[in-house]
Design a protein around this ligand. Structure first.
Ligand code: ZN
Length: 413
């Protein structure tokens, strides 16, 4: 069964990474998706799904491909979706990818070009793939396994299920999205057009890692209003908004900053500041896995605002907090079957799945929040994402594709 996936997956992956789909954060306001290449890949995927025999395929104007494989079981089972994004990041060049396949990795460091080398010292995971197939970059661009490995794995799993009609499954929805890396991907997501009751993003990293928890996030705008005065006669009169903002930032707990925390600890992060002595606006990011703790941080900022006003008499401080996304575990608790099916599928394949925390958000979290659809994240088999050192392991990609097919099968029982 693995071999059936192997050649198909590799060919797909190489086909998809050759298409320039780097998204552009500066263009999302005016264009969706932000770059043409993303349309190109969506349309190629639509064509390939059609050739496989999938009849229900649509690329909607919002820049999302929605396809459905009909149920082949008499049982009434909920629709499951698998989601991946076609764009790549722009942290390093994401276009002009020239992937190189190492058919049988012999161990040791891998020179990517005359100057750049992928070192085992930094990538101990490489050693697990000796004798197996790896895909690397030419050292000048990222590879694009985030998330074209996910795209290829979903495509291969769908083809596998079509080729093996004896495997019973419910309705399967395939969702390929755009502009995930810009953060704008779910802004126009056509929620009303989808039917799934649970979903998986195939957008993780190393082999057998799954994720079902992400941060709760709030963005807090703190506005400081000073009292302006002619500087020559300012003594005892001027209240400087910038000075107030500097005090406020200094009062944030340094031990609860992104640079001082990991694991399950959340943080305050002063993210942007803009202003003059008269008015200054400060943006603070709050993150925590526990929603109550996140809300307590908002209250702490409000208390700090009052303390700042007391210290700088006449100055005004207002706090405007907005929740941006929530920990998708909140939904998963209410609808545990998504995780249960995932773990069951992993167990049946003999995978030792390890669960990690996402210190960020995902499109799956947006989906969970908007529509109460549980949406865990599954590994793709890519490593060093968003970097010229990115590499992907074909055996791990095969595992991801097998897992997708198995989840569909488990869901029909
Ligand atoms: Zn991704």
């Amino acid at each position: 069964m693995s071999n059936a996936f192997e050649s198909d997956l590799l060919a797909r992956f190489l086909r998809y990474v050759a298409i320039d789909t780097m998204s552009d954060e500066t263009a999302v306001e005016t264009k969706s998706p932000s770059t043409e290449g993303q349309w190109e890949l969506l349309h190629l995927l639509a064509k390939e799904l059609g050739e496989m025999g999938v009849e229900d395929v649509e690329v909607v104007p919002e820049g999302v491909l929605i396809a459905r494989l009909p149920s082949n079981t008499a049982k009434d089972v909920p629709t499951v979706a698998f989601m991946a994004h076609v764009d790549t990041a722009d942290d390093v060049p994401g276009n002009g990818v020239k992937a190189r396949v190492i058919e049988s990795y012999g161990g040791g460091d891998i020179p990517l070009n005359s100057e750049v080398t992928l070192e085992v010292a930094d990538n101990p995971e490489l050693e697990k793939y000796i004798g197996q197939t790896l895909i690397v970059t030419d050292g000048t661009t990222l590879l694009g396994s985030d998330d074209k490995a996910g795209v290829a794995e979903i495509m291969s799993a769908v083809e596998y299920l079509i080729d093996n009609p004896q495997i019973e499954h419910g309705e399967i929805e395939v969702l390929f999205t755009t502009d995930e890396e810009t953060g704008a991907g779910m802004d126009n997501f056509p929620y009303d057009k989808i039917r799934c009751q649970y979903c998986y993003t195939i957008d993780g990293g190393g082999r057998h890692v799954i994720e079902s928890e992400c941060f709760n996030a709030a963005t807090v705008k703190v506005r400081f209003e000073g009292i302006s005065y002619h500087l020559g006669m300012a003594r005892g009169r001027l209240v400087n908004a910038l000075t107030m903002a500097a005090f406020f930032i200094n009062a944030l707990p340094q031990a609860e900053s992104p640079e001082a925390t990991d694991g399950r600890y959340g943080y305050y992060c002063a993210q942007a500041i803009d202003g003059t002595a008269t008015t200054t606006e400060l943006t603070i990011y709050l993150r925590d896995f526990d929603l109550e703790v996140l809300n307590r941080r908002i209250e702490a900022l409000k208390a700090l605002a009052l303390a700042t006003e007391a210290l700088y008499e006449g100055g005004r401080v207002s706090v405007d907090a907005k929740h941006v996304y929530y920990n998708m575990a909140l939904i998963a608790e209410k609808k545990p079957f998504a995780m249960e099916n995932l773990k069951q599928a992993g167990a049946e394949l003999g995978f030792e799945l390890s669960q990690e925390l996402i210190r960020g958000g995902t499109d799956g979290a947006r989906m969970a929040n908007e529509r109460n659809i549980p949406c865990p994240n599954i590994f793709t088999g890519g490593y060093n994402l968003h970097s010229v050192y990115e590499w992907a392991a074909l055996p791990a990609m095969v595992d991801a594709a097998r897992l997708v097919a198995k989840i569909a099968e488990v869901g029909a029982r």
